[in-house]
Design a protein around this ligand. Sequence first.
Ligand code: ZN
Ligand code: ZN
Length: 432
Amino acid sequence: MAAAPTAPPPSFSKSSLRDDLTCAICCDLFREPVMLSCMHHFCKACISRYWRGTTGPVTCPQCRKEFRSKQFQTNYLVAAMVEKVRSSTSDTYIRNLEKRLSESLENHNARKEDLLCSIRKDKDKMDIIKRVGADLQERVKGEFRALHQILQEEETCLLDQLRREQEEELEKVQHHLQAAESAMRELENNIKLLQQSNNSLTEFPQLSPCVEVNVAPDFNISAFSSKYFAPLQYVTWRKMFNSLKPGPASLTFDADTAHPSIHVSRDKTVAVECDVMTQPTSNSKRFLQCVNILAAQSFQSGRHYWEVEVGSSPKWDLGVASETVDRHARIKLSPENGYWTLRLRNGEQYWAGTQPWSRLQVASSPQRIGVYLDCDERKVAFYDADDMSLLCLFSKGPRGKVFPFFSPCITEGRQKPHPMKLLHYPSVVLSG
Ligand SMILES: [Zn+2]
Ligand SMILES: [Zn+2]
C-alpha cells in the first residue's frame, strides 16, 4: 500500500518569516506596518503613497478588495516582530554572531586537540604497559624454566640411579638363577641315567660331576630402598638451593675496612660496635670517621643476593657502596655519594638512604635483611628475608665496582651492642 503523500510541515524558518513580514509594495521589511480590513499588511508610507491622489474608494494592492475610505490600523504585534527580524539580521548582530561562533569553534578545536593529546598519551602508556608486561612475563618464565630444569635434571639423575641399582640387583640374582638352572639340568640328566641303569642293572652309569652353586646373593630391601625413602622433596630442595642463580652469597667482612670501633669475629661473619677502640693497622681502605665496614667480596657484573642478620638491633645501615667512596671523611649516605642503603632508626623507622631520607612503610620488624644487587640492570633491592617481601628498591643503582656495605652504628647509652651477622647457607649433597 502506497504511503499517502504527506503535507509539507508548516514552515517557521527565518526566511519564511521574513517573507511574511515583507511589504508587497516596497519588497522590504515592513516599516510602521499597518493592516487593511482585508488583513493584508503594508508599510504605512507605502500604502499612503499608493492611495495618494485617489479620491473615493481605494483597493488593496494585494487582493484588490475595495474599501470606501482610506482606512488602516497600526499593527503593533507585527511591528515588534519586524523589529526582531531586523535586529537579528543587523551587522552588529552578524558580527557578534560571527565572533561567538569563531570563539566557540576555537574552543572546541582546542579541546579536541587536548583530547587527541590525552588519547595519544593513553595509547602510548598502554603500549608501554604491554611491552613491560611482556618483558616481565619472559623474565618470570625464564626464571621458572631454570628451576624446572634443575628439578627435571635431579629427577632424571635420581631415576637413572635407581634403574642402575635395580639392574645390578637383578643381574646378581639372574646370575645365580642361571647357575642353579644349569646345575638342575645336570642333576636331572644324572637322575635319568641312574633310573635307566636301575632298570637294566648292567653297569654304573657315567655321571656328570655335580656342579656346586654359590650361595644365593642376598637382597637387602632396606639397604636398596633407604636412599629413596629419604625426604626427597627436602633433599632436592636443598640441592636446588645450591643451584639458585643468584643463590645467597657467602660474604665475609673485610676487617681492613672496619672503623676502629668495629670488632670482627674470627670467622669474619660477625661485626659488632664496641666502645673500646682497637689500635688499627693503618690501612687506606679503612673507614675512619663513620662506623662502617665493607665485605671482602666485590661485584661489578651479574646478579647477586646476600642476607644479613640484624636481629633486634634498633639502628643500622646496610646496602652497597662504590669502591671509590671517601672512607676518611664523614659522608651522608646517598646514591649521589656512592651509597645505596636501607636504614633503621629507633627500632621501627625504616628509611631509604636518600638525601633527604625517604620513610618506608614496613609493617614487620625484619630480623634478616636480603640484599639483591643487579649490576647489569643497575638495581638494588632490599627484602625481609623471612618472607621475601620487598622493603625498598633503588632503580638507578651503581655503575662499576661495589662492595656490600654495613654500619652497625654507635650503640647508644648502656644498650647491649647488637652484632650484624653475614648469613651462610651450608651446601647439602645427596648422600650415597
Ligand atoms: Zn512598503
Ligand atoms: Zn487585501
